[in-house]
Design a protein. Structure first.
Length: 260
């Protein structure tokens, strides 16, 4: 499931069939990438409060440079470079849209900065067997990632079509509270086309969260069933062992009676 999910978003990393150096390098990049992903969240807070604009400026370029270094180093180490780049097209998209100067030229691209967090989800997913078990059940992981992308792109699009939503980040927040049916009402569309788009997003949100609820329910029910099945198997094995002992005891008793 992990490979399917990561491959769907073009973040497969180094294939397990690659050479040892490439696989080792891929693993070495995992922890720094996770730290960077968490720093991205902190950076948003710093940027939102206008604390140190110069820090966020250099930070954006350093983050972008790290993504570039990772893809360059790994592509130089793998044997099949074409296959590696094809299976990691998402990383290339993040590099292209993650160039900080693009956010000044095309402000709408700023909303796509959140795509960099896909790397965090992909790495955490690959490093946690429990997460793989949960997210792999009934395509729950795929549903979550699709919901994430719907929120990002819907919020970004709404920021371009409705003047009531000023920035992509405001649009992503509006899309999140809309899809989850919370509806705070702090940010609302004010144009007819914006409201029509919001209506479609509300319907989509109901469908997505129904799927998520059903997947979670099915997972926990299956967990209970698996535990019950495991106990039944264990009891059956114990009964079988007990039956063998009884039969062995009966055989010995018969042998003793026959000697008499």
């Amino acid at each position: 499931m992990k490979n399917n999910l990561a491959g769907f978003f073009g973040l497969s990393g180094v294939d397990r069939g690659e050479n040892y150096r490439a696989i080792k390098a891929g693993r070495l990049f995992e922890w720094p990438m996770i730290l960077i992903a968490f720093w991205i969240i902190l950076e948003w807070y710093i940027d939102a409060h206008k604390m140190t604009p110069l820090l966020t400026f250099y930070s954006d370029w350093l983050i972008w440079a790290f993504f570039v270094i990772e893809i360059v180093v790994l592509s130089s180490l793998v044997n099949d470079k074409t296959a590696f780049l094809k299976s990691n097209w998402g990383a290339l998209v993040i590099i292209i849209w993650g160039m900080p100067w693009l956010w000044d030229v095309f402000p709408i691209a700023g909303g796509l900065r959140i795509l960099r967090l896909l790397v965090l989800f992909s790495l955490l997913f690959s490093m946690s067997s429990s997460a793989r078990k949960i997210l792999g059940h009934n395509n729950l992981g795929t549903t979550l990632m699709i919901s994430f992308l719907v929120v990002v792109f819907a919020g970004t699009i709404m920021a371009t079509v409705d003047p009531g939503i000023e920035t992509p980040l405001d649009g992503i927040w509006w899309a999140w509270v809309t899809v989850t049916t919370v509806g705070y009402g702090d940010i609302v569309p004010i144009t007819p086309i914006g409201r029509v788009f919001a209506g479609f997003l509300i319907l989509l949100g109901v469908a997505l969260f129904s799927m998520l609820t059903a997947s979670f329910s099915a997972f926990f029910l299956s967990e209970s069933e698996d535990k019950l099945s495991a106990k039944e198997v264990e009891h059956s094995q114990k009964l079988g062992q007990l039956e063998e002992k009884v039969m062995s005891l009966e055989s010995k008793i018969d042998q003793l009676l026959a000697k008499k």
